[in-house]
Design a protein around this ligand. Structure first.
Ligand code: ATR
Length: 271
């Protein structure tokens, strides 16, 4: 029940209709009997500054930030966490008496989703496909775990930029061509491109390159053509639902200082 004491958290994005975050968080608040509610807000690109001002004006406790605001929102916050600075994107805001701090829980969510599948990253060789915002979060998380990353992007200049800013954290190289000989050495292949979101998107890798024994991870929630191909070739596959779950769990903990009821959140996500 919403009362005068209920704390409000929300998400800003455009589009916002398909977000699964309200379901997950409201189920979690209910489970723990926390007096919070989570609401979606459609925020147009040109309104993000006003929307951030509204967090203070309306005393909103916390916010998730999604497409297209994760980068732009950073200019209007009071503090930015170290990982969000590196990644160059904020997906979670905490409001403490009008002081707005930005976090990025995507890197944590990604790494945690692999750990949950008993995949360790230390010293592993990883092929990372893509060099956009999602790829940066993955690169940060995976490098912090001690993996070696090789990054491939349709537009190589963007991959070189990531290498430049992330090489202080760990071992990161750019590759401009993926050949059967090169792909041999990777334990894990991660699709952080947006290719696979739409039904007839091309695969980000030639099917013939996929190799049995490798693990294929996609940040997209559904089973993409890449994951289907990998599965048919006897590879282990992991979709993006785990990352979505664990980034939410971390945001929940930032806002409430309470461990998230992950099993309940997972149940709602799967439904
Ligand atoms: P996100 O926030 O989801 O990472 P983004 O920052 O727009 O979105 O990045 C999209 C990534 O997917 C980029 O690496 C993009 O490659 P380019 O840098 O060359 O644009 C990649 N991408 C999108 N469509 C692709 C396709 N059909 N094949 C290969 N890569 C694709």
């Amino acid at each position: 029940m919403i009362t005068g004491k209920t704390k409000v958290v929300c998400i800003f994005g455009d589009p916002i209709e398909h977000t699964l975050s309200p379901l997950m968080h409201n189920a979690a608040f209910k489970e723990l009997g926390l007096d919070y509610c989570y609401v979606p807000f459609l925020v147009k690109k040109e309104k993000i500054k006003d929307a951030v001002e509204a967090i203070r004006a309306l005393n909103i406790r916390g916010v998730n930030i999604t497409v297209p605001h994760k980068e732009a929102v950073m200019s209007y916050l009071d503090e930015i966490s170290e990982e969000a600075k590196y990644i160059g994107a904020v997906n979670t805001i905490l409001n403490e008496q009008g002081n707005l701090k930005g976090f990025n829980t995507d890197a944590y969510g990604f790494v945690k989703s692999l750990k949950e599948e008993n995949i360790s990253l230390k010293d592993k060789f990883i092929l990372l496909l893509g060099a956009g915002g999602a790829a940066k979060a993955v690169a940060y998380g995976v490098l912090k775990e001690g993996a070696n990353i090789f990054i491939f992007n349709r537009t190589p200049s963007k991959a070189y930029k990531i290498k430049e800013s992330f090489s202080q954290i760990g071992k990161i190289e750019v590759i401009e061509q993926i050949t059967p000989e090169i792909i041999e050495k990777f334990h894990i292949v991660i699709n952080a491109t947006s290719s696979g979101l739409k039904r007839d998107d091309p695969m980000p890798l030639e099917p013939a390159l996929l190799k049995k024994g490798q693990t294929y991870v996609d940040l997209i929630y559904t089973k993409t053509p890449l994951l289907k191909e990998a599965e048919s070739r006897g590879c282990e596959v992991i979709d993006g639902l785990g990352m979505l779950l664990w980034q939410a769990a971390k945001a929940f903990e930032i806002w409430t200082s309470t461990p998230a009821p992950v099993d309940v959140m997972k149940k709602f996500l799967k439904k």
